[in-house]
Write a protein that binds this ligand. Sequence first.
Ligand code: ZN
Ligand code: ZN
Ligand code: ZN
Length: 136
Amino acid sequence: MAHDSNLIISEEDFSDEEINYQEEGFNCELCGQYVGNNFEYEHHLETLHKHVCTECSRVFPSAFLLSVHLEEKHDSFFSVMTLKKDCYQCLVEDKSICNAKFRTSEERDEHMRNVHLYKNDFSFENIGFIVNYEED
Ligand SMILES: [Zn+2]
Ligand SMILES: [Zn+2]
Ligand SMILES: [Zn+2]
């Protein structure tokens, strides 16, 4: 009873070329982390390698926050200035929205939570994370 067997047509004509696009993925040159494709890699670079502190390898979500961190953590002049006046600026980048300054980073954190409704556990100290660059 082997009639009509050629009714079953194999539909394997999906184009391999489209699927093969960076299918294997690769490792990031900077940190060795595996990324699946170029799109993922762009996102990876954006989040992990874009605003990196050259002093302590901490990564920040924006250039503004990185600049604040550099000033507060790695600028020796800043620590001298904090003794004399309020130097910790509000973390809202647009100074036309808020131009507040504070004596300590704790006061600033409190301001961010109370005025700008940042999360209850917000602390600038905890922003960013450290990328462990693998040595070759
Ligand atoms: Zn990387
Ligand atoms: Zn740093
Ligand atoms: Zn503010």
